[in-house]
Design a protein around this ligand. Structure first.
Ligand code: G6P
Length: 492
């Protein structure tokens, strides 16, 4: 807020994402229930939009979204403490199918993640993607109070949007943040519309990634496919008479987490969770929390647990693995298949190693509120964040933030951006079941002093590099760009 007031006075902040921060769903009794989706993007952007009283434009996808305010597409949120405007964009079933399920989630999502799932590119999905990007561009223009808003475009759903905004509002600052990895240029070249995607993104003033590695991959892709000039020392790309900065800005979470204030002590959380999931006394509790997605490595985690039981039979009976998996994109075949496989694999392990009173794997494929998730983090002995590939992964940071008792062990994938910052986690390769099982054993037997030392250090990192710093450094770079542009105009 201070950066905005000092450096970008009177600038209006508009956030654009596919997911809305509060989904309005109709309950069985006909009431409206507000659900915060399982999305790292939403947990990061929500405190920022609250702090700068901006406008958030998103797809209104809840079952009660259209009716909640008499068909109005604007609503003030959060409920109870309204501090910003949520402007919903309605999409037809065909638009949703082609743009979101099709091009974004069957095309770009597997293209950008190393999870060995083949991307599917359909002409009709691309057309819907383009049409929906245009619809959002029109909404941005309609919401802009003047010619110079700051538009924060979020993620792979909107690769064409920056260019479309630039054409309509040439003086806007467009900061695009790509929340997922960017592949190397060889992989990227598979996409039939690669030049259009790069052209769209280069309409941005800044394109941000979580890691320098992904920023470099993006720059390499531009170098290979576009007529552009690249100033590597300044991390700047000149294309079509415009300059775009390409930087890494590691995303983070709110600190201190607002939610923590309302939560019971760690002891109380442990009692509640262990009772609810019937964890046998003496067994250590490992948790995994994510969307039910093939990039998250849930099956590999189950295999690692089995490997642990085979290599160290004394651990059978002494560890329970609780996997929370929030369903999303569930109508896509790859996601349906994953769900079935996870259930099958969990059952197999339970049959092989469990008993009447002991279920080694508890899998709950349901959405959980943020408060319930934080309660789990606080109850856990070990948290497993072992995704096959991830831009950042905020579950790792949330787990650390939740542990004000400075206990608990984090197992973290080397392929999650978070592993570049949380060096005191036990870093693992999720494809290597033997290595993962040994890291699990190390976590199970780690003493409280070592846990304390590692957790304390990780908490310092997350505290110092919180989400306000993430947004602040992008806004400072944007302010510099605007000043330079204004100066150039004066001297021209
Ligand atoms: C990832 C993406 C986000 C997305 C989230 C949830 O974190 O980067 O853009 O919102 O997953 O996925 P969903 O498809 O349910 O919105």
């Amino acid at each position: 807020r201070k950066i905005l007031a000092d450096e970008l006075p009177e600038a209006q902040v508009i956030v654009v994402s596919n997911r809305e921060p509060y989904i309005h769903n109709e309950t069985r009794d006909g009431d409206v229930e507000l659900v915060v989706p399982a999305s790292g993007l939403v947990s990061a952007l929500e405190p920022i939009t609250r702090a700068c009283a901006g406008t958030w434009i998103a797809y209104g996808g809840g079952s009660a979204d259209r009716t909640v305010v008499d068909g109005n597409d604007r609503v003030q949120v959060p409920p109870g403490h309204p501090s910003y405007t949520l402007r919903r964009v309605w999409l037809s079933d065909d638009e949703y199918q082609g743009y979101y399920l099709g091009f974004a989630n069957e095309g770009l999502w597997p293209l950008c993640h190393i999870a060995f799932t083949r991307p599917i590119f359909r002409e009709s999905d691309w057309e819907a993607y383009e049409a929906v990007n245009r619809k959002f561009a029109e909404t941005v223009v309609a919401e802009a109070r003047n010619e110079r808003p700051i538009v924060l475009v979020q993620d792979y759903h909107f690769a064409l949007l920056p260019r479309m905004i630039r054409e309509r509002l040439p003086e806007a600052i467009v900061i695009t943040f790509w929340h997922i990895p960017w592949p190397n240029s060889e992989v990227f070249s598979i996409c039939p519309w690669r030049e259009r995607i790069l052209d769209g993104l280069l309409g941005s003033s800044i394109v941000g990634f979580h890691t320098q590695f992904h920023a470099n991959n993006f720059t390499e892709s531009v170098d290979r496919f576009m007529e552009s000039r690249i100033e590597r020392a300044d991390a700047a790309i000149s294309y079509g008479g415009q300059v775009t900065l390409v930087h890494s800005y590691p995303i983070s979470i709110e600190w201190p987490a607002e939610l923590l204030k309302a939560l019971p002590s760690v002891e109380e959380c442990r009692l509640r969770v262990r009772k609810r999931f019937r964890i046998p006394a003496g067994a250590k509790l490992c948790v995994g929390v994510e969307r039910l997605d093939y990039t998250k490595g849930i099956l590999d985690r189950f295999h690692a647990l089995e490997e642990l039981f085979i290599r160290h039979p004394e651990t059978v009976g002494n560890v329970v693995f609780l996997q929370i998996a929030a369903p999303s994109r569930g109508t896509l075949p790859a996601y349906k298949h994953l769900h079935e496989e996870c259930v099958r694999c969990a059952e197999e392990i339970n049959q092989r190693y469990g008993s009447e009173s002991y279920r080694p794997v508890v899998m709950v494929a349901e959405h959980h509120s943020q408060a319930a998730v934080y309660e789990l983090y606080r109850a856990a002995d070990i948290c497993l964040v072992t995704s096959l590939h991830d831009g950042m992964n905020l579950v790792a940071k949330e787990f650390v933030a939740s542990r004000d008792d400075e206990q608990g062990v984090l197992l973290l994938s080397t392929f999650a951006g978070a592993s570049r910052e949380l060096l005191e986690a036990l870093i693992v390769n999720p494809y290597d079941a033997a290595m993962m099982s040994e890291a699990m054993l190390q976590a199970l037997t780690m003493g409280p002093d070592e846990q304390h030392e590692r957790m304390r250090r990780m908490r310092e990192i997350v505290r110092d590099n919180n989400v306000f710093r993430w947004a602040g450094s992008m806004l400072l770079d944007a302010a510099r760009l605007r000043k330079r542009g204004d100066l150039d105009r004066v001297t021209a």
